[in-house]
Ligand binder design. Structure first.
Ligand code: ZN
Length: 134
């Protein structure tokens, strides 16, 4: 089974109301019904089956934005590398590249924020089971 990894995924803690982003490792733990630790209150949080269904239904809108971002970064490296090696001798080209990579990443950053806004699940604190020592 391939676990989905959602870029820009966030969780909401039902215990302390804190929202925080989670990465691949934490997403995989949640899919496997294992707890993750809240960054706000240090509770162990688990994903209910209803939230899990939502999570598994998420698309990954940030994926192509990350590709564009990587492309911009690569372009920057090529232009700066070329300039450094003396292959390119155009200051204007360097300035344009700086403007495009910096501006592009700013636009991407806000796009990313909007695109991933809805990617959040509510997590409940894990309740100690009967007989389980705390
Ligand atoms: Zn919390």
């Amino acid at each position: 089974m391939s676990s989905p990894v959602i870029i820009g995924m966030k969780v909401h803690c039902n215990a302390c109301e804190k929202e925080f982003p989670i990465g691949k490792k934490q997403q995989m733990l949640l899919v496997e019904d294992k707890p993750i630790v809240c960054k706000g209150c240090n509770s162990e949080l688990i994903m209910s089956s209803a939230q899990k269904q939502r999570f598994l239904g998420f698309d990954n809108p940030a994926k192509y934005l990350m590709l564009v971002s990587a492309g911009l970064g690569l372009l920057g490296v090529i232009i700066f590398g070329g300039t450094f090696l003396g292959l390119l001798r155009s200051d204007a080209l360097v300035l344009i590249t700086v403007a495009v990579t910096v501006g592009g990443n700013l636009v991407l950053g806000s796009k990313l924020k909007n695109a991933t806004k809805h990617l959040m699940v509510d997590l409940d604190p894990k309740l100690p089971r009967d007989g389980e020592s705390i």
